[in-house]
Design a protein around this ligand. Structure first.
Ligand code: FAD
Length: 473
């Protein structure tokens, strides 16, 4: 085997960039990770680690660390905004039984710290390196930083989020090299903002219990409250906004400036006893963000590739943004390793062709996640009677199955090919003695029929127009 020590430049030290760095750390591939921030610390609230992300973290030796800092999710409640409970699902075993991994609630900051602190080649991560330009030649790719420095490599990977500079530079490259377009109508997809969101972290609140996800929906909005370790409360409010030609407000922080926007939600029930007002009053941090959605139809060209939010940005309603970012990073790592282990010369064409194979293999799966996230966001915030019916119907009859199937591990789920699969963690749960298991087995018995119905219903919803604005923004 020929080891050619490919040098990969990764732009962005967040979930996807650090996961890719971990995947490459145990190989002969060299990498440099450049991050615009001045330190590892960043904003964000809570994330749910689902089995598709958990298995990769486990392969990388990080899952036990994640488990120690995460709260295992025990139940998921869906309520109407007046506090009436639609459904409470005990989800302790739902994913554990099928995959060996429970759903876990962890703060975004804790996950990023684990990814960074346990990176074997931490000296390869450089902070305060904002990329402003990327140029490519047949021999190498060069990234230019805001401080005037340059770095050359074989491949540049944009793990730099929704406003990816690498993605825009890749499209500039495609425009000047028409052959690099993967199909006739390939183009950079615009970012859509149909929802804006507020992320927050609050101190413990009496009545909100650790390990529970509280979901409430209303016309033009939906709300998800996750209670993590030490009863820390992570909240996420998604608000439908009217179509507008005006650019949306930029990221904004602070309780005082967000109070007018959240005022209409203060009376909303999180549970029968707890109002959203409590969550807001206890908030330690609050951030407003436009929730862009975009699925890019081309992820790579020549010596460029993009992963994570840079190519598949979804609303957080199904909690898959971070898990999908982990998956795309691992799948790209597999293909980079294959390219570095072949005898063929490392040309722009050979790298482009390797990246084309990666895209074809992985893009369809991510398209499905993006589509489901898009549909769920619209159903949850739906205002007309059809969407309200659909919301209650799906929430009541199919929430459990949706939760189980979304993060499920299937042959298509990405994993790190050069690392062994973790030993199966399932401790057999006897359905004869656990009533929850019996209930769960019954819910699962109609998978094929029910899945078909769900897909048909979602298809109808997809064809509907924008979500009804809540009138708040
Ligand atoms: C600040 C923030 C908070 C979030 N909070 C939550 C949450 O609480 N719950 C939830 O479910 N989801 C949250 N998300 C979404 C979820 O975390 C994303 O789906 C996931 O982080 C995607 O990871 P990523 O690595 O692809 O991109 P990102 O997490 O967006 O990371 C991109 C990285 O690239 C860096 N970067 C950007 N431009 C440049 C440049 N020019 N040069 C160098 N570096 C650059 C950024 O500083 C950042 O570190 C949040 C996202 C962000 C950005």
């Amino acid at each position: 085997m020929n080891s050619r020590n490919l040098h990969v430049i990764i732009v962005g030290a967040s979930i996807s960039g650090l996961t890719l760095a971990h995947c490459l750390s145990s190989t002969n591939v060299d990498f440099t990770l450049l991050e615009a921030r001045s330190s590892q610390f960043t904003h964000g609230a809570g994330l749910v680690i689902q089995p598709n992300g958990a298995r990769i973290l486990d392969q990388l030796g990080l899952y036990d660390k994640v488990s120690r800092q995460a709260e295992r999710m025990v139940s998921h409640t869906t309520s109407f905004d007046d506090g009436r409970l639609l459904l409470n699902i005990d989800i302790r075993h739902i994913t554990l039984r099928r995959t060996g991994y429970p759903l876990s609630i962890i703060s975004r900051q804790a996950l990023l710290s684990i990814l960074y602190d346990h990176l074997p080649r931490r000296d390869r991560v450089l902070f305060d390196k904002k990329i402003v330009r990327v140029t490519s030649s047949p021999k190498a790719v060069t990234v230019h930083t805001a401080d005037g420095s340059q770095l050359c490599g074989d491949l540049v990977v944009g793990a730099d989020g929704i406003h990816s500079i690498v993605r825009s530079q890749m499209w500039q490259y495609i425009r000047s090299n028409k052959d690099a377009a993967r199909f006739f109508l390939a183009r950079e997809m615009p970012l859509h903002v149909s929802f804006t969101g507020v992320f927050g972290i609050s101190d413990p609140i009496e009545g909100l219990e650790q390990g529970i996800a509280y979901r409430t929906c209303g016309t033009g909005w939906s709300m998800l409250i996750l209670v993590g370790t030490d009863a820390q409360v992570f909240c996420y409010v998604s608000i439908a906004c009217p179509p507008s030609s005006k650019p949306h407000r930029r990221r904004q922080q602070g309780k005082a400036s967000l109070e007018p926007m959240l005022e209409p939600f203060l009376h909303v029930h999180v549970t029968r006893q707890v109002l959203f007002r409590e969550v807001f009053l206890h908030a330690k941090s609050c951030t407003y963000v436009p929730l862009e959605e975009s699925f890019q139809n081309q992820w790579s060209a020549g010596r460029f590739a993009c992963i994570g939010d840079a190519v598949h940005k979804m609303t957080p309603n199904i909690g898959q943004g971070a898990n999908c970012a982990i998956e795309t990073a691992a799948s790209l790592g597999n293909h980079i390793l294959l390219a570095s282990n072949t005898d063929a010369p490392c040309t722009e064409e050979s790298l482009g062709s390797m990246l084309g194979t990666w895209e074809t293999a992985h893009k369809g799966r991510m398209r499905t996640f993006s589509w489901v996230a898009q549909s769920v966001a619209r159903i949850e915030a739906g205002g007309n009677c059809w969407k309200r019916f659909l919301r209650s119907y799906l929430g009541y009859y199919h929430a459990a199955m949706g939760i189980a199937l979304l993060g499920d591990i299937t042959p298509q789920t990405a994993r790190v090919q050069h690392l062994p699969l973790p030993p199966h963690k399932i401790t057999a749960v006897d359905s004869r003695i656990d009533p929850q298991e019996k209930d769960w087995s019954m819910r699962f018995s109609g998978i094929p029929v029910v899945s078909t119905i769900i897909v048909a219903l979602l298809l109808v919803v997809q064809s509907l127009t924008r979500p009804e604005p809540s009138g708040v923004i």
